[in-house]
Design a protein around this ligand. Structure first.
Ligand SMILES: Cc1cc2nc3c(=O)[nH]c(=O)nc-3n(C[C@H](O)[C@H](O)[C@H](O)COP(=O)(O)OP(=O)(O)OC[C@H]3O[C@@H](n4cnc5c(N)ncnc54)[C@H](O)[C@@H]3O)c2cc1C
Length: 451
C-alpha cells in the first residue's frame, strides 16, 4: 500500500440504493456501516454500501453497479476491501446450518467466528482453529488466508469444504472440495476477486477443551537448537518479542485437554519461567481483555483466540504487518529481523511469531509451505511504519516472505507473483467469473493482477 492511501477522505457517492452517510468510526447511524476500517487508519473511497440480507439481494446489488467489493467486519489494515463505487457489507448474511451428519456447518459469509463458535460448542462441535480475535467475519477471514497458530494447524481457509458465491453477472456458483478439486483450491482464498461469497461450509470436529499457560523471557539462544520443539510444545504456540533483549518476553502455549493439556505445566520451559498471573501480549496493557490463562481448562473458542469477543482485541489504535516464511528457516529469519531492532522497536507494540501448517490453496500465504509468521503490531504511526516495513521486507526477501494480504506491506505485483506458483491460474479463474473486472480494485491491480 502506498503511504498516500492512508487516511484519505472518502469520496461521497449519492446514487445508492442503500446509502451510508459519511461517518466516522465513532459516530454512525444505527444501521450504517462505518466508512473507515476497524483501526481507523484507512478511509474507504465510497459511501455507497449495500447491506443485503439474502442471496437475491446480493445478486441485485451486484447487477446494479459497474464495480464493487465485498466488506466483512473491516479488520484489514490496507485498501483490499476498498472500492471507488460501492461495497457490499455481508454482515446480515449470518445464518447457521449444521449438517445432519455433524461433519460440517454452512454459514452466511458475514457471521463472526465468535458468534458462530458459541452455537457450535453448545451443540457439541468445534472448528480446528481460530485467529487471535473472534471478532472477524468468516468470509473476510478466509478471503485473506487468516490464520491462528499451530505447526499442524492449517489456516482458517483450510476449514472450508464448499463455497457459494455470486459472480459479476449475478449468477450464483457453488464450488466444493469434493467436486471441484483444483478450481476449489483456487477460489477459497479469493481476495474478494471472484465475487461476493454468500455461504461457506466449514469442516467440524467434536468440541474440545483447551488450557493456556504463559511463560516469560525465553532466550532466543534456545530457539537456535529447539525451534521446532518449542513451536510444537502445544496445539498452538505464540512467541511475543519486542526484539530488544534477545528473548521472547512471553510464550503462550495452548494445549488440548484431550492431548495432555490438563497436566500441570513445568515451572521452566527452555529457561522461560511460568507466569503466575494473567498477561496481555503487549506489556502494560490490561489482561482482562485476554482469554483465560493459568492452565484453567475451557472451551476451544474461549482459549484459541488471545482476545475475548466482548473486549477490544490487541491495542485498538494500531497498524499491523505480517510475513510468512518457510518454517524450516524460522530461526534464521528471526535473527535477520532482529538486526533491525533499534529501528523497529520504538514504533512497535509487539511482534508475534506463529507456526502455520502448509495447504493447497493457490493464494494462501502458506501454500505448499509449513510456515512461520512474523507479525508486527505497530503503534499508529503511519509514516514511521511505512518507512520500516520495506526494510523488513528487504531482510525477509531471501526467505521468499509472503505478506499477509490484509495487513500493511509495500511489495508490488512483480514481487508478489514470484511468490505464488499458481498466480496465473488464479488470474484466469478470476477472469472467468469476472471478465470485465467488476471486483478488481486498486489493491488487486497493484498487488495481484495488473490486467
Ligand atoms: C486486532 C486484529 C487482530 C488480527 N489477528 C489476526 C490473526 O490472528 N491472524 C490473521 O491471519 N489475521 C489477523 N488479523 C487480520 C484479519 O483477520 C484479516 O484482515 C481478515 O481479513 C479480517 O476479516 P474481515 O471480515 O474484517 O475482512 P474485511 O477487512 O472486511 O475484508 C477483507 C477482504 O475480504 C474480502 N471479503 C470479505 N468478505 C467477503 C465475502 N463474503 N466474499 C468475498 N470477499 C469477501 C473483502 O473484499 C476484502 O478484500 C487481525 C486483525 C485485527 C484488526
Amino acid at each position: 500500500m502506498d503511504k498516500r492511501e492512508f487516511l484519505k477522505g472518502s469520496a461521497a457517492t449519492t446514487a445508492a440504493m442503500i446509502v451510508t452517510p459519511l461517518t466516522t468510526a465513532k459516530a454512525f447511524a444505527e444501521d450504517a456501516v462505518p466508512r473507515t476500517n476497524w483501526s481507523g487508519n484507512y478511509h474507504y473511497s465510497t459511501n455507497k454500501v449495500f447491506q443485503p440480507a439474502s442471496i437475491a439481494e446480493v445478486q441485485d446489488a451486484i447487477r446494479s453497479v459497474t464495480s464493487v467489493r465485498a466488506l466483512g467486519t473491516r479488520h484489514c489494515f490496507n485498501d483490499i476491501a476498498d472500492s471507488r463505487v460501492a461495497q457490499i457489507s455481508t454482515l446480515k448474511l449470518k445464518d447457521i446450518s449444521i449438517a445432519p451428519d455433524g461433519r460440517s456447518v454452512t454459514v452466511g459469509a458475514g457471521i463472526r467466528y465468535g458468534d458462530l463458535a458459541s452455537v457450535l460448542d453448545a451443540k457439541g462441535f468445534a472448528l480446528h482453529n481460530l485467529a487471535s480475535l473472534p471478532h472477524i467475519s468468516v468470509g473476510g477471514a478466509i478471503a485473506t488466508a487468516t490464520h491462528g497458530s499451530g505447526m499442524h494447524n492449517g489456516n482458517l481457509a483450510t476449514q472450508v469444504t464448499a463455497l457459494e458465491f455470486v459472480s459479476a453477472d449475478g449468477t450464483v456458483h457453488k464450488l466444493s472440495r469434493e467436486k471441484d478439486g483444483d478450481r476449489f483450491n483456487g477460489a477459497v482464498v479469493g481476495l474478494g476477486a471472484l465475487g461476493v461469497v454468500t455461504h461457506i461450509t466449514l469442516a467440524l470436529q467434536p468440541r474440545f477443551e483447551v488450557t493456556q499457560v504463559v511463560y516469560t523471557d525465553l532466550p532466543f539462544t534456545e530457539l537456535e537448537h529447539h525451534f521446532t520443539d518449542i513451536m510444537r510444545a502445544g496445539y498452538s504456540v505464540s512467541l511475543f518479542t519486542d526484539w530488544q533483549r534477545g528473548l521472547a518476553g512471553e510464550v503462550w502455549i495452548k494445549r488440548r485437554a484431550d492431548q495432555g493439556g490438563g497436566a500441570a505445566p513445568p515451572p521452566l520451559f527452555y529457561n522461560a519461567k511460568l507466569a503466575t498471573k494473567k498477561l496481555h501480549p503487549i506489556p502494560d496493557h490490561p489482561a482482562e481483555a485476554c482469554t483465560e490463562q493459568l492452565n484453567i481448562a475451557g472451551p476451544w473458542y474461549e482459549r484459541l483466540p488471545h482476545f475475548k469477543l466482548n473486549f477490544t482485541p490487541s491495542s485498538g489504535q494500531e497498524l499491523q504487518s505480517e510475513f510468512l516464511i518457510p518454517f524450516d528457516r524460522g530461526y534464521e529469519a528471526v535473527r535477520a529481523v532482529e538486526g533491525l531492532r533499534d529501528k523497529l522497536t520504538p514504533h512497535l507494540f509487539i511482534t508475534e511469531l506463529r507456526a502455520i501448517g502448509a495447504d493447497d490453496l493457490w493464494m494462501s500465504t502458506a501454500y505448499k509451505r509449513p510456515s512461520l509468521a512474523l507479525h508486527f503490531t505497530w503503534k499508529p504511526e503511519t509514516a514511521a511504519v511505512m518507512n520500516i516495513v520495506p526494510q523488513i521486507e528487504a531482510k525477509l526477501a531471501p526467505f521468499q516472505a509472503r505478506p499477509h494480504w490484509g495487513k500493511v506491506f509495500t511489495m508490488n505485483v512483480s514481487q508478489i507473483e514470484a511468490l505464488y506458483p499458481r498466480i496465473n491460474d488464479f488470474r484466469a479463474l478470476t477472469h472467468e467469473f469476472d471478465a470485465k473486472g467488476k471486483f478488481r480494485n486498486k489493491y488487486i491491480h497493484d498487488h495481484v493482477d495488473k490486467a
